[in-house]
Design a protein around this ligand. Structure first.
Ligand code: DP6
Length: 333
């Protein structure tokens, strides 16, 4: 199944809708996986081997403004600067836009404004693809559901399918070959006391994209065969933790899930490590704080930075230990 077939199945005749004579603008939050997506069963459609579960970061994300222009090329800005069409994000984005051009002559002006560091493992591509499908939906008046938009966003980047909602979102892996049953859904629970701390230890661009890293992991790590079972167990535990407001269970399951993902990467060939010395030092600090009785956990994605998980009651203690940390309360904004 090709991406174009999925677009056709969702949009049908609406693909020929004329664009509105406006700039369409939409915002989507970034999301942090508490139970990770790592490995695909279909690379073309970004269909995952496992389900996953995330929390959206409310006001942290990407705003996308889009309109059709009378030009022979797209004009795309990211935080005010022209996007490099040969960069990973640039190439993916242009290929994604091609899916929606009914005529070769259709070109877009797109202005992305993001308040998260690009490529520091903070999933700016997830909010980028989610906000662009929301903006296209307005521009062409498709009137799609969030579930349909989630499927379209997944074609740009897998984790983007979880960025259509605030709060806890589960991405069901689905089993259909066209992926129509593989999309995000909102979990109705809220947790106002839950805090996420962004601990940026290193802002350099990541060395290897998550796309390439997950393929290599699946192809060469002997631990990969254990991953689907690990995710099944962790997903159930995280959902139970959210239902019962059991923060220790949530934190320890999320941290263990992330460490298992990174352990698989270390055992891939050639090995992959997103750990910087500062990453390990911060992990040791967190483990020490836990020994001292502070309930704090972390998760880590395809980059060196950590996302800390703790409760509001410990906010001051956490802030005093980690200078420069940015704290978000996903359910209070
Ligand atoms: C570590 O969604 O960036 O953040 O589908 O190839 O675009 P592609 O991968 P991407 O991978 C995200 C990986 C992760 C874990 C997660 O968000 O679940």
């Amino acid at each position: 199944v090709k991406k174009a077939d999925v677009i056709h199945a969702i949009l049908a005749e609406r693909i020929h809708n004329a664009p509105q004579p406006i700039i369409a603008t939409a915002f989507a939050p970034t999301n942090i996986a508490l139970c990770k997506y790592w490995g695909k069963r279909d690379q073309e459609l970004n269909l995952p081997e496992t389900s996953s579960l995330s929390i959206s970061l409310a006001e942290k994300g990407t705003t996308t403004a889009i309109r059709v222009i009378d030009n022979s090329l797209d004009n795309i800005l990211f935080n005010g600067k022209p996007i490099d069409p040969t960069s990973t994000f640039g190439r993916r984005l242009l290929a994604f836009l091609d899916l929606f051009r009914t005529k070769h002559s259709v070109h877009f002006y797109i202005d992305f404004t993001s308040n998260i560091p690009l490529a520091a493992g903070l999933a700016s591509s997830a909010s980028g693809f989610a906000s662009i499908v929301l903006a296209l939906n307005q521009l062409y008046d498709w009137q799609l559901s969030l579930q349909e938009l989630s499927i379209l966003a997944r074609l740009g980047s897998g984790s983007a399918c979880r960025s259509l909602w605030n709060g806890f979102v589960e991405w069901e892996k689905g089993c259909q070959t066209n992926g129509m049953d593989s999309h995000g859904s909102l979990l109705p629970m809220t947790w106002p006391e839950l805090c996420v701390g962004l601990l940026i230890v290193n802002t350099h661009e990541k060395s290897i994209s998550s796309r390439e890293a997950m393929e290599r992991t699946k192809a060469s790590s002997s631990f990969y065969s254990l991953w689907p079972d690990k995710v099944r167990v962790d997903l159930a535990l995280i959902k139970e933790a959210i239902r019962a407001y059991d923060f220790s269970l949530l934190g320890k399951t999320a941290e263990s899930n992330a460490m298992n993902m990174h352990a698989m990467m270390l055992s891939a060939w050639p090995p992959i490590s997103y750990f910087q010395p500062e990453t390990i030092a911060a992990m040791r600090d967190i483990w020490k704080l836990r020994q001292e009785g502070l309930e704090i956990y972390f998760t880590q994605d395809a980059g060196p930075n950590l996302k800390l998980l703790f409760l509001q009651q410990d906010l001051l203690r956490v802030k005093s230990r980690f200078a420069g940390i940015e704290v978000l309360q996903p359910f209070l904004s």
